[in-house]
Design a protein. Structure first.
Length: 264
């Protein structure tokens, strides 16, 4: 009898595992389909998108100076590469929604209430980081770099190398703007406390400048423009984590009181 029950339990667990794999496959296919559809819609405007991304550099290049393409296929492939990355950027809400829909059934109610706002906030912060890099950092960095060119040196950047540089900056600022989310999650999971994080503030500031040095070009402007927002975002995340910690303490106290009343 017990062997039959164990076999039934094993079969049910296998069926559950297979059903999860099928659901994961379906959601991954939806993500890929979404990215593909967006990419196909952007391919027609691939050159215009590249011109838009190259705008901050072109504004600071010397008169009659242009960008160059070293590789034979670069004029064709580079704009399409940018269109694919742009499709992924645009599809981030869909990607996060599919992830949310996959993990939500296995979460507790209070965890679902917490994760959904964090996912929305993380998406917005990523986009804000990318916009900050494009509208604030790029004009300052490219203005400094083109002005620093020695006399007699023509500033002519290869389009592929420029795209790699821009995408690195986009991802660096987009990820670093997630600092408040990382801070709140660490407090939520109990890894640290708001008071413990506040004590580590000097190390956080030094770490922000080190990250800025590693992720940005070797100039003080871009390093500072990444480090200071990271520090400020850490302070914002610390503030919200304190509010979250107080709310959690209140809910815990209320639950304990309810349990005590039931026992009485």
């Amino acid at each position: 009898m017990s062997s039959n029950n164990s076999k039934e339990g094993l079969e049910q667990s296998e069926q559950t595992f297979i059903s999860h794999l099928i659901e994961l496959r379906n959601r991954l296919l939806r993500v890929i389909l979404c990215i593909l559809l967006v990419f196909l819609g952007l391919t027609t405007y691939a050159n215009q998108i590249y011109s838009l991304v190259a705008g901050p550099l072109m504004k600071h290049m010397p008169e009659h100076s242009t960008m160059i393409a070293i590789d034979v296929a670069s004029p064709f492939l580079t704009p399409f590469k940018l269109a694919l990355v742009a499709a992924v950027f645009i599809s981030i809400p869909v990607i996060l929604y599919q992830f949310w829909a996959f993990v939500a059934p296995g979460l507790y109610k209070h965890e679902r209430r917490m994760i959904l706002p964090l996912m929305i906030a993380s998406t917005l912060l990523f986009y804000i980081g990318v916009a900050f890099a494009y509208f604030v950092v790029f004009p300052l960095v490219f203005g400094f770099l083109t002005a620093a060119a020695p006399v007699g040196v023509a500033v002519m950047t290869d389009i592929t190398k420029y795209l790699d540089f821009v995408l690195t900056m986009f991802f660096a600022f987009g990820i670093c703007f997630e600092v408040p989310i990382f801070t709140i999650v660490m407090v939520w999971t109990g890894l640290v406390t708001p008071a413990g994080l506040a004590e580590q503030r000097p190390y956080v500031i030094v770490g922000a400048f080190i990250i800025g040095m590693l992720l940005t070009p070797p100039d003080a402007i871009s390093q500072t423009l990444l480090a200071i927002p990271m520090w400020l975002l850490f302070e914002i995340g610390l503030l919200f984590s304190r509010i979250f910690a107080r709310k959690t303490d209140v809910e815990t106290g209320t639950q304990q009181q309810a349990i005590e009343k039931k026992e009485d």
